[in-house]
Design a protein around this ligand. Structure first.
Ligand code: HEM
Length: 493
């Protein structure tokens, strides 16, 4: 019989950073990353689990999992984290009924069923359809994520890992990412600015416009103290040593069609400039670009620096750059409702709704394939990495379906102009079909009421971004990795 093991655990747990995988709470700010997808070898489950265990037991010569404990002044040259797919847990030996009991629940069902299951509601249709994915959680068991300060260190540690994991796993893929100067991503915006501040500010975020502090339970299972994120509402996978301090990562590989994006800006800047009486075409282009995301290329928010004010200051400090809300812009005149950051986190836009319930940690970086340090604009380019939360249902998938890819109360536009997909135009009876991708951005207009005008922006297919891979991973706490490695389910019997 499989016992739940929950009886001995009292929730909420104190936040124990030494039990939490580091990527959940901090960006590593490393220059390179490599994501290995691994499949357990038939008949080699012991070796597969043994490898997982060796990452947390201090084994000599084996890179260890980075925890969320501060490294102070001693920043490591590499960081390693691990995630398991739902099928992967079964393939390395965990009883399928225990996997179902833990994950076939309201909060964790997207993980249990896989990233392709709710593809229509989250916009993975047309060119984003799972059939085109290079990374798919139905096709591998374990994701090993390695970050490094140099390419040499990335390759050296990769070689060590490959040597060890090959006993139990077949490497089915390795996907690289490399940072761009000044914290930029493709399309030329600064990224990584808006991240949740947790109760207790354990990840040391600067001021963020007095947004509601987010429950630690939104990211670390078992530590929630508020009704939305406590252990009853976002169940901790059982038994407790397996689930406590775990989290989930929606791993996304998103190709960015920079040429489409640039061509769009070129084509629409003149009309945009005309609408807003901006004579300088280059400036009109930058203002249009800022309107799409809600921030200027250098990260300055439109709320701090509306585009009617001219070029924003070049180097604002991080305190200023993220310290804003939308309470003074409830009609979207300064920052359009449809802009990417206002959709991704409406902050105080809707006084009757608590945006803090749907926050995510963003841990994605640019990728270029093949990597060319001398010309970063060749080959396939995009963004790759984890979007982290404790409830894929109420955080990542809610955000994608209700805010990014939906009309709803946030915006009269069908989808996010930067990354969204017009699911309303999608015809499920033609799954391979590329629907027309037209949207309007209700841009602010500095004239007397009614001040909102609809700027028709027509985008060809495929859109600016395209889903190239998606995998929902369970990121166990350190105790969870040990439990898996030592076949904890046997002890439960
Ligand atoms: C290629 C795809 C993407 C691009 C180019 C992109 C671009 C950006 C940029 C430039 C920012 C502003 C910088 C910042 O606030 O840190 C941002 C913020 C943000 N993005 Fe994205 N993003 C992408 C994918 C996504 C996805 C898939 C999601 C949802 C799961 C998302 C959710 C957010 C959120 C929540 C914020 C912060 C908003 C805030 O707190 O004010 N982004 N993104």
């Amino acid at each position: 019989m499989i016992s739940s093991g929950a009886a001995t655990t009292t929730y909420p747990l104190p936040v124990d950073l030494s039990q939490v995988q580091g990527v959940v709470l901090r960006g590593y700010h490393m220059r390179f990353a490599r994501y290995f997808t691994l499949s357990a070898k038939e008949g080699e489950r012991d070796a597969a689990r043994g490898f997982a265990g060796s990452l947390v037991d201090g084994s000599a010569g084996v890179p260890q999992i980075q925890t969320a404990v501060s490294w102070g002044a001693n920043k490591p040259s590499t960081c390693l984290n691990i995630g398991f797919t739902s099928g992967g847990l079964v393939n390395i030996g965990m009883p399928s009924e225990l996997v179902a009991a833990s994950f076939n629940t309201y909060a964790h069902r997207p993980f249990y069923n896989g990233a392709a299951t709710n593809n229509v509601s989250i916009g993975d249709v047309g060119p984003n359809d799972p059939q085109y994915w290079l990374i798919d959680d139905r096709k591998f068991d374990v994701m090993l994520a390695l970050w490094a300060d140099t390419l040499a260190n990335l390759n050296a540690t990769s070689a060590v890992l490959r040597n060890i994991f090959s006993a139990g796993f077949t490497e089915t893929g390795a996907f690289d990412s490399q940072d761009l100067p000044d914290g930029q991503i493709y399309f030329g915006y600064r990224d990584g600015l808006g991240q949740p501040t947790l109760i207790g500010n354990i990840s040391q975020q600067p001021p963020d416009g007095d947004q509601t502090l987010v429950d630690t339970g939104a990211f670390i299972l078992g530590t929630g103290t508020t009704p939305f994120f406590n252990a009853d509402t976002v169940n901790v996978p059982q038994p407790a040593p397996f689930g406590n301090f775990g989290s989930f990562g929606a791993f996304r590989m998103l190709q960015q069609h920079v040429d489409h994006f640039e061509a769009f800006l070129d084509a629409n800047a003149p009309a945009f400039g005309q609408m807003y009486s901006i004579a300088d075409l280059a400036y009109a282009r930058e203002a249009l670009k800022a309107t799409i995301i809600g921030r200027w290329s250098n990260g300055t928010s439109l709320m701090y620096w509306p585009f009617s004010k001219g070029t924003p200051p070049p180097n604002l400090d991080d305190q200023t750059i993220n310290d804003f809300g939308y309470a003074n812009d409830l009609h979207g005149y300064t920052c359009p409702f449809g802009s990417h950051i206002r959709r991704g986190n409406p902050r105080d836009s809707q006084p009757d709704q608590d945006a803090s319930l749907h926050r995510i940690m963003r841990r994605a970086m640019p990728y270029q394939n093949p990597y060319d340090p001398n010309d970063r604009n060749t080959g396939e380019t995009g963004l790759i990495g984890f979007f982290i939360n404790s409830s894929l249902t109420d955080q990542f998938e809610f955000l994608m379906s209700q805010w990014i890819d939906s009309y709803g109360s946030l915006s009269q536009d069908p989808a996010d102009p930067a990354i969204g997909y017009n699911v309303l135009a999608y015809d499920p009876s033609k799954p391979g079909d590329v629907p027309p991708y037209n949207f309007t951005l209700s841009a602010p207009k500095p004239i007397p009421p009614p001040r909102t005008v609809t700027l028709p922006l027509t985008i060809g297919a495929p859109p600016f971004t395209q889903t190239r891979g998606s995998a929902y991973c369970f990121l166990p706490g350190i105790c969870g990795i040990e439990w898996i490695a030592t076949k904890g389910w046997i002890r439960q019997g």
